[in-house]
Ligand binder design. Sequence first.
Ligand code: ADP
Length: 427
Amino acid sequence: MMFNPWLVESWRLGTVLVALFVIWNFTGNWLLATLLPLTIYISWHIYQLYCLERWLNSDLKKGEMPDTNGIWGLIVQHIYSQKQLQRRHKKKFKTLLKKFNSMVSAFPDVAILLNQNKEIEWSNQAAKKLLNIEYNRDRWQYIGDLIPVVKFQQSLSKNNFHLELNYPSESHIILHLIPLGKKQFLLTASDISQQINIQRMREDFVANASHELRTPLTVIAGYLEILESSIAKELHEPVLSALSQATRMKQIIEDLLVLSRLETTQLSKYNCTIIDMSAILVNMINDIQKTVAMDNHTLSLETDSSLKILAVESEVNSVCLNIIKNAIKHTPAGTDIQIKWFANDTGQACLQVIDDGKGILTKDIPHLTERFYRVNVGRSRQVGGTGLGLAIVKHIMERHKGYLLIDSQPDIATTFTVCFPNSLNWS
Ligand code: ADP
């Protein structure tokens, strides 16, 4: 039967008091009567404290337990249930950790845990396969020594980066470093060699196919031109139609070749020159007004002639021509087109082409730079569009570390803005 611990303790104290009175009664000495029972009582408690300490040290072994009745029993019970709870948590945590470890080990991407000095604390199986980093052998090694690529080693001075590397030898990997709390980092890496190879094959195929098609098409277009001038009048229309299709195909091929060149070559600062954009725009608008059927479009130009950029001239020409011609091609007669060349609030050099044509729906805007995306395919073909112009613009802007922004409020204003970096020596 279990008694209330506090009741047991009260009985003990009661016994001490009774002993005190009995001794006093028999001896008449109150000092002895007080000291003797209290000394026994306190010594017993000190002994229980000693037992408790021994019991805790022995990792709660049954034999080392202090008194299990009274308040010591209560304390023992509390400590015991806390320990049991702790053991259960530990077991649960261990199982969870085991599961987590086997999951991360089986992960196809590399995961490496680094300490604050960027030394390896832990790595998974994929790290061995892809980077030849072995946890048991390379633990506590500086990661920069194990991936000896200058670009990576320089990036390690940062605590957060995203890097594409040509490593090891023929492979391509993407690396991410992210901080985990204040003292650890997680480095992940994935092998993208296969995607890069497929992408290269696709680019090569498009480039080769376009090259192969260019010559026969030029020949066909040439013959059609000769035919048109030498056949009976009633056959003119079909021949003219065939000629316009051949011309359109030639334009698509030219645009595909431009895109393929943009994708396969890096922009070098040696190809860049200081460009007087104002002069380019003045000449371009003069040419457009002479050559393109203007349908009563009104073009106005506003430029900051002191604003120059460092860029590849042919590519800048292509950007301007594409967005100015689009504003003419894709808007009805009578549209006003404003062309502005200015420095924006952050000092970037921007070209803005604003028209008050029909505009573009918000849902179409994010897709305009995709290849062959046209809001109205029929109309685009009719006006000689290829659906590749804005893809080319976007590519060129990215190469020049700039950007393209498209904004449209249908029937009010459609704005195409391209901005170049504000420094002349960005490359
Ligand atoms: P395209 O050869 O058809 O002009 P682009 O890539 O240059 O191809 O443009 C993609 C599409 O964006 C066009 O087909 C057209 O629907 C739309 N677009 C481009 N500029 C304008 C504009 N100023 N106003 C309305 N639509 C436009």
